[in-house]
Design a protein around this ligand. Sequence first.
Ligand SMILES: NC(=O)C1=CN([C@@H]2O[C@H](COP(=O)(O)OP(=O)(O)OC[C@H]3O[C@@H](n4cnc5c(N)ncnc54)[C@H](OP(=O)(O)O)[C@@H]3O)[C@@H](O)[C@H]2O)C=CC1
Ligand SMILES: Nc1nc(O)c(N)c(N[C@@H]2O[C@H](COP(=O)(O)O)[C@@H](O)[C@H]2O)n1
Length: 221
Amino acid sequence: MRPYVILNAAMTLDGKIATQTGSSNISGKEDLERVHELRKECDAIMVGIGTVMADDPRLTVHKIDANPEDNPVRVVVDSKCRTPIDARITNGDAHTVIACANEYKEEFKSSEKFEAFKEKGVKVFFSGDKRVDLSALMSYLHEEGIEKLMLEGGATLNFSMIKAGLIDEIRICIAPMVVGGANAKTFFDGEGFDLMDDAIKLELIDSYSLGKDLILTYKVI
Ligand SMILES: NC(=O)C1=CN([C@@H]2O[C@H](COP(=O)(O)OP(=O)(O)OC[C@H]3O[C@@H](n4cnc5c(N)ncnc54)[C@H](OP(=O)(O)O)[C@@H]3O)[C@@H](O)[C@H]2O)C=CC1
Ligand SMILES: Nc1nc(O)c(N)c(N[C@@H]2O[C@H](COP(=O)(O)O)[C@@H](O)[C@H]2O)n1
């Protein structure tokens, strides 16, 4: 068993979720409010360590009216336990789980970070050899009571999650902007597929304008 997983992101018309220098303010105000409504509906919100390093996100519900208990559990996929001690996702605003790989368990347990996270109440879950086993992580989160999980990127984790068959729904905000840049992160990066026949197939179930943006909702089929 695993949670129902909704991938949400914002991209420019040319598919970029950040510029090549990491600038990523894409959504309009209305879309950010929609995102925070979705955060409020979800039991957990998950990002990759690349996103934590790039953005130092809070991953709380803070752009609409909300109570502390509306904050979803924050999950970081971080094989090598690189999450900084002072990262905002480790503050006391919400529960946090850091998912690491078994290879780094001993090193982590003898580090000052281990004690710091323990004091902050940050949980660390180990799975996989060198890289987090995403299916095992989903099972663990479901056992912990997470039924609905919002995946908020970034590009590498999005691809691994969809390739592993772990995404049920995609909500994408397309902003009317073009930034280009061959090295700018796109909605899905990772190793990609060689053949179009292997592409993950989607079904469009909703589309609407929101402020200046376009919101598309897809089911993964
Ligand atoms: N516009 C938007 O909606 C959003 C934009 N972004 C942007 O995305 C960018 C970050 O994307 P990116 O750099 O790709 O980083 P990600 O956030 O996708 O994190 C990727 C890292 O996760 C770790 N990881 C651990 N296990 C796995 C696994 N099984 N599969 C995949 N990854 C795993 C890897 O590091 P390790 O091996 O060390 O574990 C990997 O390098 C930022 O610029 C951010 O601003 C992010 C979210 C939303
Ligand atoms: N939906 C959406 N639109 C954008 O324009 C974005 N840049 C993002 N980024 C995601 O939100 C995180 C920041 O969250 P906090 O406000 O700090 O809670 C960022 O790290 C991305 O995951 N999303």
